[in-house]
Design a protein around this ligand. Structure first.
Ligand SMILES: [Zn+2]
Length: 337
């Protein structure tokens, strides 16, 4: 039997730990202030439309308080050539717990999402780890993931998939991907196939300005196609499964307001193609991207969800979490053997 098409949504849930090397807390506080509300609203809206979400969460956010966080800090922390990528020195200056410092902890919200039993709490590494930065090693990455798995486990949450910070992973990097699999993280979000998403050097990640422009244009106009994927051909038993991104849901753009419909149509067309051909469409963003223009962003998302419901009714298009789809493929591969 042919597989139905699948709709995956992953969210990089990180609060200040996702931008600590680029933005000071004060300069980004207003966006971060909204994240908790945004996450709650996202969950409520998704429940209304029967859409499952995967929250790829930075391990630090699972801590009950600073003492709890320090308990899980590995001995073998990343030795980046550029010390600004190392978040560990920041721990000293953060507040003691989620109540005091909602920019660096999120356990109450994680527990609320987990309790629903619908959505997945996934990994975004323990410390927002950068696999393509010079100076760090696969061993340090392993220690990082062990810490992420352990702190989640201590809160009765089992991590089964991963999103790499800044998407720093290539499908051929089996040294990193095998470590994920060994730690129980059996799928990951890879990048879009097109070269405009794959130009990078460690020096200037994601390449030249021209590619940034192309990626923005691609959000509105069809430059790289639908970016949908045949999962069966990606699956290989015993290996971390690549669930590549189809599209970043860019936040509402006031300046390009008149073109928002193009951006949404581009996503909906990709979803429709995936639904009709039994493929996967994977949409992602960060909850803090919804931190300004909240109403407009939720209006956009609701219109995407309405399309999903229609495609579910017409073609059996199915919303799934990252680990949910991985388990589906695992069991269908077992029953075929
Ligand atoms: Zn991130």
């Amino acid at each position: 039997m042919n597989m139905p098409g699948h709709f995956i949504i992953s969210l990089d849930y990180e609060l200040h730990w996702g931008v600590f090397d680029q933005k000071s807390l004060d300069s980004y506080r207003s966006n971060l202030d909204q994240v908790d509300n945004v996450v709650k609203r996202l969950v409520a809206l998704s429940n209304t439309y029967n859409v499952k979400l995967t929250f790829a969460t930075v391990g630090f956010l699972f801590a009950e308080d600073k003492k709890d966080l320090l308990k899980y800090v590995p001995e073998n922390t990343p030795t980046y050539d550029k010390p600004q990528f190392n978040p560990y020195p920041i721990i000293e200056s953060i507040g003691d717990n989620p109540k005091q410092d909602p920019y660096h902890y999120a356990l109450p919200t994680l527990k609320a999402i987990h309790k629903e039993g619908i959505h997945e709490i996934s990994s975004h590494t323990f410390c927002h780890y950068y696999c393509h930065e010079n100076g760090q090693t696969p061993d340090q990455f392993k220690s990082d993931l062990q810490a992420a798995v352990a702190i989640a486990k201590s809160k009765n949450m089992e991590l089964k998939s991963i999103v790499f910070p800044r998407n720093m992973i290539e499908p051929h990097e089996s040294n990193y991907l095998d470590i994920c699999y060994e730690q129980g993280l059996k799928s990951y979000r890879g990048k879009e196939k097109s070269f405009i998403y794959n130009i990078h050097t460690t020096k200037f990640y994601h390449g030249w300005f021209i590619f940034k422009i192309l990626r923005i244009l691609d959000a509105y106009f069809n430059i790289t196609g639908a970016n949908m994927y045949d999962l069966k051909s990606n699956y290989s038993p015993g290996k971390a499964l690549n669930l590549p991104s189809s599209r970043l849901l860019r936040p509402f753009n006031k300046t390009l307001k008149a073109f928002e419909f193009l951006k949404l149509n581009r996503i909906k067309k990709g979803m429709t193609k995936a639904a009709k051909s039994g493929k996967m469409f994977h949409l992602w963003w960060h909850p803090h991207n919804f931190g300004s223009d909240i109403e407009e962003n939720f209006k956009n998302l609701e219109s995407i969800f309405r399309t999903y419901v229609k495609l579910h009714e017409d073609y059996g298009f199915k919303s799934q979490t990252m680990s949910g789809i991985t388990e589906e493929l695992e069991s269908s591969s077992k029953s075929n053997n």
